[in-house]
Design a protein around this ligand. Structure first.
Ligand code: FAD
Length: 457
């Protein structure tokens, strides 16, 4: 029998928020503490600014500068209680959330648990490729890239050596485009100084996309700009390319060809990080169906759950412009979080809630130094001005003055010196994962054997 989680008893309405990301954190910051006692659960004790994770992976930013401790963010908010716990499931009838350390009753529940990497059910890619969704992923990827380069200098076999210097990114969305650009720049400006022994012609970056163009969620013009700029940076962009499987050394494509690569990054998609306890039929594209007030919809047109809401990446809210649901991007999550705080106030004051309208301020992706694309209301801004816009907006949304200052200094340093100061390999345990495809145990980090200090047996 699970115990109750220790939260002070209250006469106020208890609001439980699952997830301190963009949506949950903005809701928590705006909620009226005179009416609500707020309990925020997150499996981590920090908020992650995911748009800059690729820069951590590319040794451009330190991990701490893209994260903020949730307790620090919330320290001036009254009657808020943070518990670092993963919520495993909810009981919607009894209005209780379940965690490994106990249960808690709620009056209002808000699911803001974001998204997780989507491998589309492919166990082989899940076991062998490297994702980029969480802070830990970005550190693991940075380690892997640097370790592969170190190992390549020790490798005698020319084919294996070339493979260790080959980086494949799967998925031509903003994350894939940004990471490909960052790796190409690393190979142009930083690696030649650090690794004079490496023939830079052997350092190859591939960006593989299944559709006919990059940045399919952005304008065609933005996709073409990204393709052209990445190609100029030396990235091999492969469109209309489908994958078969990866064995840790070779990436096999559906057309029968293969690429020998020591690094395959999976940036091909995300799916909602849903919580158990919701009926399957309340989901659409694995996101929780919500109405215009972000209330979770019951299955089969049975109305909505009066006191249960979903926000951000895990909510499916279609609109006339976004028939397949609002985009899974930070501005949508931020706006929904802030708006729900107002609506909960209205609801508790006995007034009708207002419908949410997404203010689409545009989308953007950076490709590299002086290169970015931004789809604004009526036009696409690219090149230098797109890049400036990208930097200003990302600095603006980054949490905390210290982080803004550290990131700005890092960017200025990199711009002036063409250097990246964070090329440290932090030793990490390598997890063993069952690779069903091959019926054997392979290392999650498939090239680990190659850069192991132990002699091969
Ligand atoms: C690599 C990458 C690059 C991106 N680049 C951009 C970009 O350039 N621009 C842009 O607008 N968007 C970008 N996005 C998307 C953007 O980050 C998301 O849309 C946004 O974070 C969604 O906010 P959210 O609050 O819904 O979820 P998140 O910010 O993901 O927050 C979810 C929170 O819930 C917590 N959580 C999850 N499950 C549980 C559980 N069971 N119990 C407790 N806590 C839980 C997580 O720890 C996390 O803190 C990017 C995403 C990634 C991965």
């Amino acid at each position: 029998m699970l115990e109750h989680i220790d939260i002070p008893p209250t006469h106020k309405k208890r609001l439980v928020i699952i997830g301190g990301g963009f949506a949950g954190m903005n809701l928590a910051k705006k909620i009226d503490s005179k009416i609500f006692q707020t309990v925020l659960f997150d499996k981590n004790n920090y908020h992650t600014f995911q748009p800059l994770l690729y820069q951590v992976a590319g040794a451009g930013l330190e991990p701490e500068s893209v994260c903020s401790p949730l307790r620090k963010i919330l320290k001036n908010i009254k009657d808020i209680h943070f518990r670092m716990l993963k919520v495993d499931r909810v009981d919607l009838d009894k209005k209780v959330v379940f965690t490994a350390r106990g249960t808690l009753e709620y009056d209002y529940l808000v699911v803001a648990s974001g998204a997780k990497t989507n491998f589309f059910g492919n166990a082989n890619f899940k076991a062998t490729t490297l994702p980029l969704k969480e802070l830990t992923d970005s550190i693991a990827l940075r380690n892997h890239i640097l370790m592969s380069l170190e190992a390549s200098l020790l490798e005698k076999d020319p084919m294996k050596r070339k493979a260790l210097r080959t980086f494949v990114i799967v998925g031509g969305g903003p994350t894939g485009v940004e990471l490909a650009g960052a790796l190409a720049e690393l190979s142009h400006h930083v690696l030649p100084k650090d690794y004079p022994g490496i023939d830079m012609k052997e350092v190859t970056v591939y960006l593989i996309e299944g559709l006919s163009r990059l940045l399919s969620a952005m304008s065609e013009k933005a996709g073409l700009h990204a393709d052209r700029d990445l190609t100029r940076l030396g990235v091999t962009v492969m469109l209309n390319t489908k994958l078969n499987r990866y064995d840790g050394e070779n990436l096999y494509l559906e057309d029968g060809t293969s690429i020998a690569a020591g690094t395959v990054v999976w940036a091909a998609g995300v799916e909602a990080a849903t919580i158990d306890g919701f009926p399957e039929a309340s989901m659409n594209r694995k996101r929780l169906n919500v109405n215009d007030f972000n209330q979770v919809l019951m299955p089969d047109g049975g109305g909505c759950m009066d006191s249960v809401f979903a926000l951000g990446d895990c909510a499916y809210m279609p609109s006339p412009k976004f028939e397949r649901g609002l985009p899974a991007i930070a501005p949508a999550a931020i706006q929904q979080g802030r708006f729900l705080a107002k609506n909960l106030f209205l609801k508790e004051s006995g007034k009708p809630m207002k419908p949410f309208f997404y203010k689409d301020k545009g989308t953007m992706a950076t490709i590299g130094r002086n290169l970015a694309v931004a789809d604004m209301k009526n036009r696409t801004v690219s090149g230098f001005w797109g890049w400036i816009l990208w930097m200003v907006i990302h600095l603006w949304f980054l949490i905390g003055f210290r982080n803004k200052a550290v990131v700005l200094v890092n960017w200025m340093w990199s711009y002036l010196t063409y250097d990246r100061g964070l090329r440290i390999i932090v030793p990490q345990e390598v997890r063993l994962i069952q690779c069903q495809d091959r019926g054997c145990l392979v290392k999650k980090n498939p090239m680990a054997a190659l850069y192991s200090s132990k002699p091969k047996t």
